[in-house]
Design a protein around this ligand. Sequence first.
Ligand SMILES: [Zn+2]
Length: 87
Amino acid sequence: MDKKLFEIIACPLCKGDLNYRKDEAELVCRPCGLAYPIRDDIPVMLDNEARTLTTDERLDGGEAPAASKDSAAKESASDDAAGEGSA
Ligand SMILES: [Zn+2]
């Protein structure tokens, strides 16, 4: 799936950044506690299609600033998003 797409996609509820989970094929919004499915490489940005995160998933790295274990997953997302999406 095209990484550029992730840079422009935001949560439809809170307009926040989404966290792509490749293994799950989901786009996760931690503030909302929802995971949006990706079907046939198309993100389904509908809150009624989204899965509610488990408590463990919500806690997983949610509060921690970019730590060492997180850096690999964020390598491409964090740089560009910081400059463009903050307005
Ligand atoms: Zn959200």
